[in-house]
Design a protein around this ligand. Structure first.
Ligand code: ADP
Ligand code: ASP
Ligand code: MG
Length: 415
């Protein structure tokens, strides 16, 4: 009997009517002969509401911070509600089901609160549920440290819960969401976006890490490392309505139709920090970035250029918006030691990227990208490349325009 982990995101469990439809989708897979475990997110908007409790003045007085263990106790609670409601719904439909919170499975994580990593999932309890013909309905997004503290896996983390559970029980993973697959770009921005029947793990990993939030980056990393078969599907259908639809995330070799560029992704979660008048000698970059690394600030794009004055340079780098203020504080605190004239921060920037394994073997991808942006008058502030992607940092106001221009430039609307 094959094992299947079905994951339902926030919009898929947004109210009792949708939870009942989820129940019908689960029942259909059970009837098809699968051993099923289900992972659920909190109802849509719930996690934002819980996170907001940590932003208000009262919460600040209580010292709630995403790295705080009590932050996790608060924000993990949304998934407890939906796990219970779905288990009740399945029972009402005459199926055997029970809810599991992270600690009850247990989903063991490290103690990096707010962004914990799963370290181990002993499968015994889930295997026992399969044996007993009982559907395990597991609260996504949450885990537990070895000493019993609740953790959360970072925003969008239920995808990672689902893939990790599929790996632990040796099953496939179906991610049900509010779109019916992975598209060439966010269908909310470009109506001409096309659904991809298949996408390679590597491309999906780049798409996710460059902003396509349809799958959490870590879930793709894990699926790729453990070779978990992943499908992305819509939960807004009745069982049997769209058989075989969705997107399969798989090995590159399984994709017959080769494309040069598979998708365009964007992220508005960027801030650009510029340091003017840096001394131009060895050790300066190391002194800046080691300080940021020690403070766990993740730096993405970096460019350095010579300033007009001899012996002086300017440097620009990007960090997540959330880390911007802290990054500026860190470099300012070391201004005398590092020796620079001025620091500036710009949060009105966005990163737009094109992704495709075909870039390994085809030239001219960058030329097309820069040409399309120039034609629309979009100025490029920073460029970074890797084997299968090119990213540019632009003024945030041009995000949609740039995404659509690039989508058309690579013919993605005609796939
Ligand atoms: P869930 O609540 O089910 O986890 P998310 O909101 O996290 O759903 O992810 C689904 C959303 O991802 C879609 O509604 C869509 O707007 C967005 N998205 C961004 N890029 C893409 C893409 N390339 N393909 C499909 N969806 C995308
Ligand atoms: N509910 C969590 C969030 O909104 C986890 C998830 O939905 O994947 O980030
Ligand atoms: Mg999500």
């Amino acid at each position: 009997m094959s094992r299947l982990v079905m994951k339902f995101g926030g919009t898929s469990v947004a109210d009792l009517e949708r939870i009942r439809r989820v129940g019908r989708l689960v029942a259909a897979e059970v009837a098809a002969g699968h051993q099923v475990a289900v992972v659920v997110s909190a109802m849509s908007g719930k996690t934002n509401e819980l996170v907001a409790w940590t932003d208000g003045a009262g919460a600040a007085a209580a010292g709630l911070d995403p790295s705080d263990d009590e932050y996790d106790t608060v924000v993990a609670s949304g998934e407890q509600i939906t796990a219970g409601l779905l288990a009740m719904t399945l029972r009402h439909m005459g199926l055997k089901a029970r809810s599991f919170l992270g600690w009850q499975v247990p989903i063991l994580t490290d103690d990096a609160h707010g962004r914990a990593r799963i370290e181990d999932i002993p499968p015994a309890k889930l295997l026992a549920a399969f044996e007993a013909g009982e559907i395990a309905v597991i609260a996504g997004f949450q885990g537990v440290t070895p000493d019993g503290r609740i953790t959360t896996l970072g925003r969008g983390g239920s995808d990672t819960s689902a893939v990790a559970i599929a790996a632990a029980v040796g099953g496939a993973c179906d991610i049900y969401t509010d779109v019916d697959g992975v598209y060439t770009t966010d269908p909310r921005i470009e109506q001409k976006a096309r659904k991809l029947a298949k996408i390679s793990y590597e491309e999906m990993l780049e798409m996710a890490s460059l902003g396509a939030k349809v799958l959490q980056t870590r879930s793709v990393e894990l699926a790729m490392a453990q070779r978990v078969p992943v499908r992305v599907l819509s939960s807004f259908v009745e069982p049997g309505e769209a058989p075989g639809q969705g997107t399969i995330v798989c090995d590159e070799e399984e994709i017959v139709e080769k494309r040069i560029v598979s998708g365009v992704a964007y992220s508005r979660d960027e801030a650009k920090i510029t340091l003017y008048g840096l001394p131009d000698h060895p050790g300066v970059s190391s002194s800046i970035f080691s300080r940021l690394a020690d403070a766990n600030v993740n730096v993405d794009m970096i460019v350095q250029s010579h300033a007009r004055t001899a012996g002086s340079a300017n440097m620009e780098f990007t960090v997540g918006k959330r880390d911007a203020a802290r990054a500026v504080e860190i470099v300012k605190g070391a201004q005398a030691e590092i020796g620079f004239d001025e620091v500036a921060v710009n949060e009105d920037v966005a990163k737009v990227s094109v992704i495709g394994v075909g870039m390994r073997s085809h030239t001219g991808v960058a030329k097309t990208m820069f040409g399309a942006l120039a034609e629309k008058g979009v100025n490029i502030q920073v460029i970074s490349t890797s084997e299968i992607k090119i990213s540019v940092l632009i003024d945030a106001a041009y995000t949609e325009l740039a995404v659509r221009a690039l989508h058309a430039a690579y013919g993605l609307d005609q796939l």
